[in-house]
Design a protein around this ligand. Structure first.
Ligand SMILES: Cc1cc2nc3c(=O)[nH]c(=O)nc-3n(C[C@H](O)[C@H](O)[C@H](O)COP(=O)(O)O)c2cc1C
Length: 203
């Protein structure tokens, strides 16, 4: 079993249709650790020592958030700046995260075809995520293929959102059980969506 830690960040949770449902599903999975960053740190005063210990105690770190201005909500940036210290996460002696996995679970308002060179966002979603990808690499972590819901504002609750939430639940369960084939997922596509046959079903 892998020790999975989910960091959830949404500053406007009461307006959320997608992420609150994903968070609720994540919280209900046995033997994973779920942290709502805005609930834990409403004033964004991050306890770096506590977070570093949490990271030491887990193998897989999942960041779940809505895409905000092509990036993370600000608390994740604050968390990065304070927690991923030199000598802990990178640099001389900074090997505490080596061998762990980072995975992102992201919702975006833009549709998939907008995130192309010809589309109105001009760049792929993976291009927008390169700072996080390289952060993982610098910390000697594996950057797993991100799990994505495009066109999140148009997604129907009973169909697309429900499938996305169920896919998330199955991904987290498989990460915990070491049954997610990250190599096959990485070879298949730049992002993972709930329609992928590579997400294990319930056994
Ligand atoms: C401040 C702000 C910035 C946003 N920036 C982006 C963006 O850069 N790209 C995008 O596709 N959607 C963007 N969105 C849309 C959110 O990603 C979308 O509302 C969210 O993923 C829906 O999830 P929720 O129902 O959990 O809130 C933005 C929304 C807000 C409020």
């Amino acid at each position: 079993m892998a020790r999975v830690l989910v960091y959830y960040a949404h500053p406007g949770a009461r307006y959320s249709r997608v992420n609150t449902r994903m968070a609720k599903a994540a919280e209900q999975i046995d033997d994973i650790t779920f942290v709502d960053l805005y609930a834990r740190y409403p004033r964004q005063v991050i306890d770096a020592d506590a977070e570093q210990q949490l990271l030491r105690d887990h193998d897989v770190i999942v960041f779940q958030f809505p895409l905000f201005w092509y990036s993370t909500p600000s608390i994740i940036k604050e968390w990065q700046d304070l927690v991923l210290e030199q000598g802990f996460a990178y640099g001389k002696g900074g090997t505490e995260l080596a061998g762990k996995t980072m995975m992102l679970a992201i919702s975006a308002a833009g549709p998939e075809d907008a995130y192309t060179e010809a589309g109105y966002q001009h760049f792929s979603l993976r291009t927008f995520l390169t700072p996080l990808e390289q952060t993982a690499r610098l910390c000697k972590m594996r950057f797993a293929t991100p799990y994505v819901l495009y066109a999140a504002l148009k997604a129907e609750e009973d169909t697309q959102i429900a499938s996305h939430v169920d896919g998330y639940r199955r991904i987290l369960t498989a990460l915990r059980d070491d049954t997610l084939d990250l190599d096959a997922i990485e070879a298949a596509a730049p992002v993972l969506t709930c329609s992928s046959s590579l997400i294990p079903g319930d056994t």
